[in-house]
Ligand binder design. Sequence first.
Ligand SMILES: NC(=O)c1ccc[n+]([C@@H]2O[C@H](COP(=O)([O-])OP(=O)(O)OC[C@H]3O[C@@H](n4cnc5c(N)ncnc54)[C@H](O)[C@@H]3O)[C@@H](O)[C@H]2O)c1
Length: 440
Amino acid sequence: MSNPTRRDFIANTASATAAIGAAAFLVPEGFGAWQTTKPAAPGRVINIGLIGAGGRGSGAANDSLSANPNVRVVAIADLDVEKAKGVRDALAEAHNKEGATRIAVPDERIFGGIDGYQKVLDLKDVDLVILATAPGFRPVHLVAAVAARKHIFAEKPLCVDVAGYHAVCAAHDKALAQGTSIVTGTQYRRQTSFLEGMKRIREGMIGEVVGMTARYCSNGIWYRERKPGMSDMEYQIYNWMHFIWLSGDQAGEQAVHNIDVVHWVMGGPPVRAFASGSRWNRPADSEMWDSVSCDFEYADGRICSFTGRHWGNADNQFDNIVYGSKGIAYLRAFDAGTQITDRSGKELFSMKGSIGAAYRQEHKELVDAVVAGKPIVEARQTAESSLMAVMAREAAYSGQTATWEFMTTKSKLDLMPKVVTIPGEAPKPFVRKPGEYRLQ
Ligand SMILES: NC(=O)c1ccc[n+]([C@@H]2O[C@H](COP(=O)([O-])OP(=O)(O)OC[C@H]3O[C@@H](n4cnc5c(N)ncnc54)[C@H](O)[C@@H]3O)[C@@H](O)[C@H]2O)c1
């Protein structure tokens, strides 16, 4: 099968599964095999399965345990079983206090392997899963978790390509129809300083919104050296930030937070994106660019600009700045808070920020929604922000103007390898060059 399409692949899934065996990860058909597990009933403990026990996955589990007295962790999947055991032990030390068993994960409930996520989803006593692996796997894991009727906390970004966007939107609709929740890791939407700033923008404190700027400019990002004996696939997943099919590049993996604020302020996606960028200081095998800047143009002509970069020994900047006819709102990232001024610079409002509180609030709202039987389903919103990041990246890579209509109705961008095996081969890394690389 040379260069199979996703459809060919799906048609061949059953035979491929049989041929490749348990070590293979296959893009699933998605909505075929509904399980009989019911959404969690009110009033009982909510059992969490953690899928992806890295920095954020372990942090998200800790946030949920800290925010919700009625949750416990009962299973973990991670490619690195020893790391998962370490996370289990650290969470137990923090939360199994005074005889409580809030971490109830025996070794046989820690699943390695590329299909470990499915083993967690197959557990009938798991009510809710935290999806926090490398982003490239998110659509597949999200579709499978919805199919298993689990409530979901899904870290951002929700997709790194167009095929992933469509899969996530379909999963959103399915979750809505069946009454299960999907809350996403776009924590600024639950950060008090952002919410209070947005409320005042909506109430007219800065007049009419005429445009905005969103920045994610930092000194750099981690790079994980290949370990001896790693196959190409193991290495790429280990060093996932640097491979676009896994991370989506900086715009998707990090700056999606700020791009999501653009989506929030403007009330939806733009009509087109005009972008530029650079690459000169990445390690040789990294596919990432150093910077991407993009003008998102809205239907009424307003433009919101975004700048993302990883430059060492340069100024860091993470502000979202909303320009109004009467004033300016600074919705600052992390703990930097919100400030609103009039056009002369006179302060009209200010508030401190706490990103830590926002990280806990998203888990509180999710668990409260599950217990109350009133699902929150927000995957489409975050899929749109994630696709805006893809659009910015692809417009920069190609030098072409990308329209939302093209991205959502014509683009065939599908970066996920058809079969992932560990150990195994991986896509050959390459750096996209404007003029040569085209929108697809
Ligand atoms: N909301 C936020 O502020 C925030 C902050 C940091 C990270 N994140 C997001 O969280 C996600 C994880 O980031 P991280 O920093 O924790 O990365 P990480 O590399 O520390 O952890 C990822 C973990 O996932 C595991 N993994 C990767 N692919 C897997 C697969 N197919 N099956 C099972 N396990 C797999 C890895 O072994 C690793 O332990 C990313 O999507 C990232 O964008 C969000």
